[in-house]
Structures are given as C-alpha cells and as structure tokens.
Design a protein around this ligand. Structure first.
Ligand code: AQP
Length: 337
C-alpha cells in the first residue's frame, strides 16, 4: 500500500522496558491498543532507548531481558502481529537520528516544564541529559510514522502535546514536513494510582511491595496487594464521599470489566470494602490468568518472538526512513545526493 493511499488512520504507541509492567500499563495502554487493531493501522514499539534515560532502572532490570518480556506481553495482551507492527525502537535507527533534529528545535524551557522530568529528576540519584530530552525522542517516535493518534494513559498527554508543538515549530522553520498527532486517552483506566498510595501514579519504577499489580505477579501476590490496598478509615462504601483509594479500586474494576465506575460502585454501595476487594481480586485474576499463560507459551518459543520483531522492524524502517530523509532534506543536512 502506498503511503498516500493508506486507508486507515494510523496509531503509534510504546512502553519502556524500564521495569515490570503493571495493571496501569495494561489498562492505560495495552488494552486500548488491542481494541484499536481493526480500526487503525498500528505501530507498537518497545521503547528501549527511552529506558536508558534512568540508567539505574535499566541496570536493575537487565534491559535486553526486559525488552523481550515487554514484547511478549504485547502479544500476550492480544496484540496480533498480523494486524499490528510490533518492533523494538533501537532496531530502527531513524528514531535516534530524528530525535537529534528535534532536540535541536525543542526550546529548553518547553522540556524543563515537563512534569515527568520534574518528578523523575527529583528522585533519580544521577540525572542524565536524556531525561530532559526524552520528549524530543518521543516526538521522533510518533512523527516518523505520521501517526494520527497516540493511545496513551493520561500521564503522557503532556508529551504528545509537546510532540505537536515541536512538529509545528520544525514545520515553521523548515517548511511543511510533519503531520501533527493527537493524544487518545481511554475513558477508564487512564490514570491508575498506586495501591499503597493513591496520590501517586502506579509506576513500574516504584518497587515497593503492594504498590502495583504486576502483570506477571503470581495470584497470591496480586491478592495480597489488592486486599491490603489503602481505602479510608470508614468500613463501608459511600460512593458520593469515596476517598482516592476507593475511587482507584472502583476505576480499576470498571476498566477491567468494561462497566462504568458508577455501575460498579452501585453494586457495593453500603457494603464493606472487603466485598469489593475480593471481587476485584477475581476480576483481575480473570484477566491475568490467560495473559500469563500466553506469555509463558511465547517465552518458550524465542524463534517465533524473534521472527515477529524482525518483521516488525523491517516494516517500521520502510515507513520511517522516507520520513527521516524528508526531514533531513528540509533542514538542509548532507549534500542532497
Ligand atoms: N498508572 C498508569 N495508569 C494508566 N496508564 C499508565 N501508563 C503508565 N502508567 C500508567 C501508560 O502506560 C504506557 C507506558 O508508559 P511508559 O513505559 O512510557 O512510561 P510511563 O508512562 O512513565 O509508565 P510507568 O509505568 O510509570 O513507567 P516508569 O516508572 O518507567 O516511568 C503509557 O501509555 C502510559 O500512559
């Protein structure tokens, strides 16, 4: 299919292999990607270059192993390589190359304003410049595929807006080159909070026990995390006055079952939190059991996983390289031969 005659709008998204994927990544990203597959032309990458922005996390996790784990989790969540291009970001060199061009047109003030930079630079013991310029790399990821939509959790909205602004700035400076993308935020599950602290986003780089529900956690660990989740000092659910911890549990429940938060809350109104938590354990387990089983099968067949990622990288290069060439030409790089 030629680029100009493509019929379906295109989406691109990715997850960093910077730790163990959790239910926030599943509900905010993977589930949405799975459900988009027939409506869009899909590019889903494992963004390993992004994981380098906090080198401590990478050392602890073993980057290559985590990259394979994340790729297998994409497939185990229902991403179908026959309908979606699945690839590893660093295997398509155009990402790093375009990131440099975009870094050069990204005003420092724009990058310094990003909430994720501020949060992560506060907690990391050493802060590399990559943590600051991360959104320019993310803009490159998106713009190389001329993505119409970028399905992400609410935490990433600011970065998509920055990608738009950087693309517009490049277009103003060098002439029309990039298509401007839009964020696509799911109605439920867009911002899953920590079970131990509902004021903090559930995050794979937080390793405190009971913080996250890991997609590969064994059932007893999942159960313990949910049963111990912070609620409030009351003992019964009053939805109109629900605390952030209770709202978080209801919203995870709703995102998993596809119901509205109000419908889930109505079932537990006036009842003890124990009932809600017990049923939530069952609902989460209902989603994770088949996912873990498929993941185990995929990891037992490295040849298949490698074939999927090889084919994905080849397809991704065929789309990304002409866009990179156009951007380089617009900026006057090289000799034009
Ligand atoms: N808590 C969350 N609720 C809903 N969606 C979430 N996402 C992440 N956390 C939540 C979505 O998952 C995708 C992967 O994002 P990422 O790997 O690029 O990094 P992130 O957003 O910074 O996610 P984490 O899990 O918090 O990782 P670390 O700790 O490595 O930074 C994105 O679509 C994101 O919106």
């Amino acid at each position: 299919m030629s680029e100009s005659s493509r019929r379906k709008p295109r989406v691109l998204s990715g997850v960093q292999p910077s730790g163990s994927l959790h239910i926030g990544n599943y509900l905010g990203a993977l589930l949405q990607w799975r459900d988009l597959q027939d409506t869009y032309e899909n590019f889903f990458c494992v963004v390993d270059l992004h994981a380098l922005t906090v080198p401590e996390n990478v050392k602890a996790a073993g980057l290559r192993e985590k990259t394979l784990e994340v790729a297998a989790l994409y497939l185990a969540s229902g991403i179908d390589p026959a309908r979606s291009t699945v690839f590893v970001q660093s295997e398509v060199a155009a990402h790093a190359e375009l990131a440099w061009l975009l870094t050069c047109v990204s005003p420092l003030g724009w990058l310094q304003r990003m909430t994720q930079f501020k949060t992560k630079s506060d907690v990391a013991s050493t802060v590399g410049a990559g943590l600051l310029t991360y959104p320019a790399l993310m803009a490159a990821d998106i713009l190389l595929y001329e993505a119409d939509q970028v399905p992400v959790g609410a935490d990433q909205k600011q970065h998509i807006e920055l990608a738009r602004d950087v693309a517009a700035r490049f277009n103003d400076m060098f002439g029309p080159t990039f298509k401007l993308p839009n964020p696509m935020i799911p109605p439920t599950g867009a911002r899953v909070m920590g079970l131990d602290n509902p004021e903090q986003k559930m995050s794979k780089s937080i390793s405190a026990p009971g913080h996250a529900i890991g997609l590969l956690d064994p059932p007893n660990v999942v159960k313990k995390a949910i049963m111990r989740a912070v609620t409030d000092t009351g003992s019964e659910l009053v939805w109109a006055e629900a605390s952030p911890g209770v709202k978080n549990l209801i919203s995870i429940f709703a995102a998993i079952t596809g119901e509205s938060a109000d419908a889930v809350a109505a079932r537990y109104e006036g009842r003890g939190y124990g009932y809600l938590k017990k049923d939530l354990v069952d609902a989460v387990e209902g989603a994770l059991l088949p996912l873990r089983a498929r993941y185990t099968e995929l990891r037992a067949d490295p040849t298949y996983l490698n074939e999927v990622l090889d084919a994905g990288a080849e397809r991704a290069r065929s789309v990304a390289e002409p866009v990179l060439a156009r951007a380089k030409a617009a900026a006057g790089l090289g000799r034009g031969r």
